[in-house]
Design a protein. Structure first.
Length: 134
């Protein structure tokens, strides 16, 4: 369906539009747009990033770069919240670009970030699972 929006850009495989409840100036969402099946376009819906075909990921960073450049901002965030525990609120694989964050919104990865010490054996198992999966 059609939803009123402020469309920023629409390359072949994605759509960038302003968030209607922005947390900062230029808060933009980038979502996968459609998929071609048997010469017919269908909406493509992927809740999680890792099930989204690579083709749809090709637009996200270049588009986010252009959005930041158009806003002429120095500081900005590009965020992917994937899954409920990662605060994904919308059941759609979405990249969020926010610009000009305020001090109150800054995500701090510092000495207060929870660290999980791991044994070398555990790291080796994780490494091999990832290495084989890629």
């Amino acid at each position: 369906g059609k939803i009123p929006s402020f469309k920023i850009a629409e390359p072949e495989h994605s759509l960038a539009f302003l968030d209607i409840n922005p947390i900062s100036k230029g808060h933009t969402l980038v979502i996968p747009k459609h998929i071609l099946i048997y010469n017919t376009y269908h909406e493509y819906h992927a809740v999680l990033l890792h099930v989204l075909p690579d083709l749809y990921l090709a637009d996200i960073l270049p588009l986010s770069k252009k959005i930041a450049g158009a806003l002429e901002v120095k500081d900005f965030n590009i965020v992917q919240n994937i899954g409920k525990l990662a605060f994904q609120h919308v059941p759609q694989s979405t990249s969020t670009s926010t610009s000009s964050p305020s001090e109150a919104l800054i995500l701090k990865i510092d000495e207060n970030w929870p660290h999980c010490p791991s044994h070398r054996r555990s790291l080796r198992r994780i490494y091999w699972r990832m290495f084989r999966g890629i």
